[in-house]
Each structure stands twice: as C-alpha cells, then as structure tokens.
Design a protein around this ligand. Structure first.
Ligand SMILES: *Cc1c(COP(=O)(O)O)cnc(C)c1O
Length: 431
C-alpha cells in the first residue's frame, strides 16, 4: 500500500470487448480477463440484456426455503454441460465459498453415508495449491505468501508435491519419469485414506501457483487412486472452468468426473459474483432423511442463488452456444502456442506453461541454473509496469507473468497482447 499510494492509479471506468478504459479515456487490453472472470468481453450485448431483463422482474429473493426461475434453469443447464455424473448443484457466491461448501459436504457425506468408515475429517492437497482466501480454503492451500501468517488458524491437512516439472521435486525429467511424483501420493492415500475425506485439486493447471501444468494423464491417475482408496475427488474448476483450458471444464480433457466440483469465476461471464458446487446423486442422497434426523447440509449464504447472477450465467452459457465459443477458440489456442515459441529464446525466460488460453511465463535470473530472481528484483512487477505503458494490463504472480485473456479476444488482439508482453520482457535484458 505504501508504494501504491505513490503510484499513478489506474481507475477503470468503462469496458468494451477486450478493452478496459480508464477515467482519462485511455484504452488497455484486458490481459487478465479482469482477474480470470471475463469470457466474452466487456459489455457483451446478450449479457447486458439478460441482466437488465432480470432486473425488471426482481433483483434478489432468498434460496432458503424458496427458489427462483433463473436458479432452477441454471442448475439444469450446468448439469447438462458438467462432467457426466454430476447431477446436483449447490449455490454460493464466490470461488472460496464454493470450495468451503465442497469441503463441508465431503466431511458430512462420510459421517452420514458411511459412518462405519470412521472419522474422515481431513484433506489431501498439492503444495502450491490455491483454493481461495477464506480459512477453510486457505487450509487446503499452500502458497507461502498468502498462507504462512495464518497457520495458527488453519486446520491440519496432508500435502503432496505437485508435478512442477520445471523444478521437479524428484529431480527427474518428464516423460521418462513416468510421473513418479504420483507414487508418494499413492503412498499417502494407501496409508492415510481412513482419515481422508477428499483430495482437492485444481485440475490440469495450478493457476495461482504460477500456472503449473500437469502432464497429460495425471488427473486421470489421481481419479483412479481416489476411487481405489475411497477418497472423494474434489475438482476446483474455479479458474479452469468455462473454456479457459480449451474445453468447457478441465476435467473433460481427461474424461474425469470428480465427486465434487467448485465453479465460480467464469460462471457469469465475469458479470456478477456467483458460484456453485456440483456433486453426484450418490453424495446428494446422503443428505436425505427424516426432518428430525437433521441430515440437511446447513450452509446458506444470504445471496445464494441470486437471480441476477443466475440470469446472466444462463446468458453466458447461451453465448457459448450461439457464438460457438469453444470451436472458435481452437485456432486462437494454436496461434498462441506458435507465438509463444520464440519466447523460449529470450534470455530471462525459464519456462513457458500453457493450457488453452491460460499462460504462465516464468522469468529466471539465470537461464542455465534456473536460479530465480530474488523478490527484491520485482521482475514480474517491472514487466507488467512496462506492459501497462504499452497498453496491456496483466498481473504477475511473483516471477511468473500471467496472460489469461477473455476467450472472445480476437486473433489480432491476442497477437498484440503477445507482442506487448515480448517487448516488455525485453526491457529486462538491459540489466
Ligand atoms: C480464484 C480462485 C478461487 C477463489 O475464488 P474467489 O472468487 O476469489 O473467492 C478458488 N480456487 C481457484 C482455483 C481460484 O483460481
């Protein structure tokens, strides 16, 4: 904050398509999709219209004991596009709450459905995981900077090494390693499954960790292991959901159905805060019983199933169909992969990781030894500041530059983003 106070603030007043426009009238490409939420561009006519139309009916009514048409229709629509087997929808209002809901459902499920299994009250997760900022979500996360300070407040969990191939924890090389990093995970599941309610994972790519991608087949193997050891698989698709990885959900790349799936960010196309936790009929059934058994899942936020959010989320799914967003994305993803190739030659680019239009570029001080830049060098910050003067807004994660443009970004705009990024990284070569 001390530094931010001295900076020239950028105050966004308007948006249009892939652009943000500040109070001075300056235009910037939205290279972060306004932090990973926007999909079809700003001021999309269909989304604007849906929101206004719902506003003419009602802005909000509770989902506690009542329901509303957009919430009902959206639940049906989500089940239709979700990985097969996910049949039930529980609403909340942001990614962190969607994760909290998944964790609580998992624990209660085991108590009510399989009391004989004993107390399954803890969770397995990968190191460097990010699942949100509330206490439960932080407990299953592991990003030192965000989490260390709050250790005393967090519940204990079990951690495993992620498949961070560029800095392999086992010092092996993919693919000759045959994903040996899964062996210790199986070891954990074998020895501790009795206490594990679930394994929570960001499928395919750990976004906030700095876009750490999982090799093909990784998620599928995790799914198999979870089934084998009776541990629920919780997919946190908050970042990866809604086309970011090239398919509607990341789990789809591996034909995986998780037991619980958290979604939020892209759910409303970046218009309204809304989230959902999807689950199977098998888990849903564990919450049925006589009134006095109190098997309900007692969790309900004030704005749960908000009609404005649900109406715009429905319109968001409508745009996917009408504009064939996922089909039109494929050539853009291919082009992005091509354009990024020359980056590998750059003197401070250590690793380029990408899934769909989610891109992470890890900058290093020494390319040969992979020595990271020290935090004081603030390279991520410097490059993004350089990008801003070139009309591109991005936000780094430490030494990793992140590009996650709206899916609707045109090929020309994408190209401009990549060029801006390249020019901005080149400013580092001077020192
Ligand atoms: C952003 C994010 C969250 C948290 O979502 P919020 O809406 O910011 O609470 C959870 N999980 C993942 C993978 C995310 O990227």
């Amino acid at each position: 904050m001390q530094e931010w106070e001295r900076e020239e603030p950028l105050i966004v007043e308007r948006g249009s398509g892939s652009y943000l426009i500040d109070t001075e009238g300056k235009k910037y490409l939205d290279g972060t999709s306004s932090i990973w939420v926007n999909l079809h561009g700003h001021r999309h006519p269909a989304l604007d219209r849906a929101l206004k139309k719902q506003l003419d009916k009602i802005a909000h009514s509770t989902l506690l004991g009542l329901s509303n048409p957009p919430a009902i229709e959206l639940a049906h629509a989500l089940v239709r596009i979700a990985p097969k087997g996910l049949a039930r929808v529980f609403y909340s209002d942001n990614g962190s709450t969607a994760v909290e809901v998944a964790l609580k459902i998992a624990v209660q499920y085991w108590q009510q459905r399989h009391p004989e299994a004993g107390p399954k009250n803890t969770f397995l997760h990968l190191k460097l995981a990010y699942h949100g900022d509330t206490i439960g979500a932080v407990s299953v996360g592991n990003i030192e900077l965000f989490h260390a300070r709050f250790k005393p407040l967090l519940f204990p969990t079990v951690e495993a090494e992620p498949p961070y191939c560029y800095r392999c924890p086992l010092n092996l090389i993919y693919p000759s390693c045959h994903m040996a990093c899964i062996d210790p995970i199986e070891q954990i599941l074998r020895t501790r499954h009795r206490e594990l309610a679930g394994f929570i994972i960001e499928p395919l790519i750990q976004a906030a960790a700095g876009m750490i991608t999982q090799p093909a087949g990784y998620l599928k193997r995790i799914r198999k292991l979870c089934s084998k050891y009776n541990v629920l698989l919780i997919a946190d698709e908050v970042a990866t959901g809604f086309g970011r990885t090239g398919k509607m959900f990341a789990c789809r790349h591996e034909g995986v159905t998780p037991d619980l799936m958290a979604i939020s960010k892209g759910l409303t196309g970046g218009y309204m805060p809304l989230a959902a936790t999807l689950t199977t009929d098998e888990i849903y059934k564990a919450f049925l019983g006589k009134y006095e058994d109190f098997k309900s899942f007692f969790h309900g936020h004030s704005y749960t199933g908000n009609p404005l959010g649900c109406a715009v989320a429905l319109a968001n799914l409508g745009v996917f169909r009408q504009e064939k967003t996922l089909v039109r994305l494929l050539p853009k993803i291919r082009a992005m992969a091509e354009w990024l190739k020359p980056f590998t030659e750059m003197s401070h680019v250590g690793d380029i990781r990408r899934r769909g239009l989610m891109v992470g570029i890890e900058l290093v001080r020494d390319k040969k030894t992979r020595e990271p830049y020290p935090p004081g060098a603030r390279v991520g910050y410097r490059v993004t500041a350089a990008a801003r003067t070139r009309g591109l807004l991005i936000r780094p994660i430490g030494n990793v530059l992140v590009l996650m443009p709206p899916l609707s970004t045109s090929t020309e705009e994408l190209k401009r983003m990549v060029e801006c990024l390249k020019d901005s990284i080149e400013t580092l070569a001077i020192d």
